[in-house]
Every structure is written in structure tokens, then in C-alpha cells.
Design a protein around this ligand. Structure first.
Ligand code: G
Ligand code: MN
Length: 246
């Protein structure tokens, strides 16, 4: 996608968030949602974040995209008071303190909103420059936001770094979750859950698609689950309705 198409989409309000529920393992009640960014093209096609973030990074405008995603998340948090939202940021944004400043500015008179915001940082981005990530995390915490390490296990998994980041939540990469039948993958999840419990982090199993997988995650002691079994990414209005009709 070219630079102007992305910038125009931001200006013309064609970026939007879909929300996917994250449920507790014990009761399967929705506790928060992950906001997944989409771009609607001029001709009405919908493009996933994964398919235009790469271009945004290449054109050096990922800041603009991530700032817009943050605005959208805050708008959704204000409109739908019943739930918390996790927002994703690109690896480049973990070096962008103006993103934190934007959060600060957008929520000056309503700090309660920030306490309902979770910022998802991928493990790969987080270990790129550890000290930088640590100060980024610190400044988010100061404002009251929570931190999740995303796709844990997909990158250069390192328990020492995890301990340093001390996130509120660790999201276990779907590649491990979906291989729950294999002893090796189960052992990884088990070790991670064990460590997380000791260190006081909550865990999310990503990509749970079947009841058998959900049961396995439950018996391994994972705190929360996310995946098609519990809900597809959907417009906020639909997420709210499906939640209240439960
Ligand atoms: O990197 P991150 O974990 O933020 O990516 C989330 C992506 O995973 C989204 O694009 C979302 O649509 C997708 N996703 C969510 N639930 C499932 C699932 O149960 N199975 C699969 N294959 N993908 C999922
Ligand atoms: Mn994520």
C-alpha cells in the first residue's frame, strides 16, 4: 500500500478497530477486548493491520497509524464504559515517547480511561532495545496503563527479560496454544504459567479455537483465553450486544 493511501485513510476516518473478547478461563466471562486495527480503502475493501503496518513502517508513517489507533481505543473506552481495551503498537513505537505524550494529552481530564487501557508490546519489539523498552513501559505505568507482552514464545523467548519487563499480562503465542496436544508445547505453556504465577503476571492463551484446546489451557492454569471459540473480532456495538445478552 502506498504512503498517501494510508495517510488519506487516517485523514478520512477510514481506520477503525474491531474488538475481540478475552475471557477468564474459570467462568468464561469477558474481561477485556483486544482492539484489532483495520483500514477501509476508498473502494470499500477492508485490510488487516498486519497487511498495511509493514508498508506504514517502510514509509516511516507508522507513528501516525499508531497514534490514530490510540485515539480510536480511547474513543471506544469512553463510549463503552463496561470494558477494558488492549491496543497493539508497532515495534517502532516502543521508541516513540510522543505516543505516550499523546496518551497523556488525550486523557488529561479523565485518567480513569487510562486505567482501562492495556498496551500490547510484542516480545520481539521489546527485546530490540531493552533499556528503551523499560523506560517506555515505566512512562506508560506512570499514566496508569497496563502492559501486556504479545505473542510470547514467537520470538527469542527469554525469561530474564520477561522478569525485567514485569508485564501485567503475558500473551502466549497461538503456535504453542494450538499445539496443546504435543508434550513439548504443553511443557512450555506449563513453565510459563508457573513462572508467571510466581512473578505475579496474568496469562492469556491466544488463538483458542476448540473446546479441547480451551480445556487444556484451563487445566494448565492459564488466566484468560482469546480466540475464535469465544468470539471473532467484531465492531464495538456488536461486541457490547453479545456481551450484554449473555
Ligand atoms: O499479534 P496479535 O496476537 O495481536 O494478532 C492477533 C491476530 O490473531 C488478529 O489478526 C486476530 O484476528 C487473529 N486471531 C484471533 N483469534 C484467533 C484464532 O482463534 N485463530 C487464529 N488463527 N487467529 C486468531
Ligand atoms: Mn495483540
Amino acid at each position: 500500500m502506498n504512503k498517501d493511501d494510508i495517510l488519506l485513510a487516517i485523514d478520512h476516518d477510514r481506520l477503525f478497530l474491531l474488538l475481540q473478547p478475552i475471557v477468564t478461563t474459570l467462568t468464561r466471562r469477558t474481561v477485556f477486548h483486544e482492539g484489532l486495527l483495520r483500514l477501509r480503502t476508498e473502494t470499500g475493501d477492508v485490510i488487516n493491520a498486519a497487511d498495511f503496518i509493514i508498508d506504514a513502517e517502510r514509509h516511516n508513517i507508522v507513528r501516525d497509524v499508531d497514534r490514530r489507533a490510540l485515539q480510536l481505543a480511547i474513543l471506544a473506552l469512553e463510549k463503552h464504559r463496561g470494558f477494558d481495551i488492549a491496543v497493539n503498537i508497532s515495534s517502532l513505537t516502543t521508541a516513540d515517547f510522543s505516543w505516550v505524550q499523546t496518551l497523556d494529552e488525550l486523557t488529561l481530564d479523565r485518567r480513569g480511561v487510562v486505567r482501562r487501557l492495556i498496551v500490547e508490546i510484542t516480545e520481539t519489539a521489546a527485546i530490540d532495545d531493552i533499556n528503551r523498552t523499560l523506560s517506555f513501559i515505566d512512562s506508560l505505568r506512570e499514566l496508569g496503563a497496563r502492559i501486556a507482552i504479545d505473542d510470547y514464545g514467537a520470538g527469542h523467548t527469554n525469561f530474564t527479560n520477561l522478569n525485567l519487563f514485569a508485564p501485567d499480562i503475558v500473551k502466549i503465542d497461538s503456535s504453542y496454544v494450538q499445539k496443546y496436544r504435543e508434550a513439548n508445547a504443553r511443557a512450555f505453556v506449563e513453565a510459563l504459567v508457573d513462572l508467571s504465577q510466581t512473578l505475579g503476571f496474568e496469562t492469556v492463551a491466544e488463538g483458542v479455537e476448540t473446546e479441547a484446546c480451551a480445556k487444556a489451557m484451563s487445566s494448565l492454569g492459564v488466566t484468560y483465553m482469546q480466540g475464535y471459540l469465544f468470539g471473532q473480532p467484531a465492531l464495538p456495538e456488536q461486541s457490547v450486544t453479545s456481551q450484554s445478552s449473555r
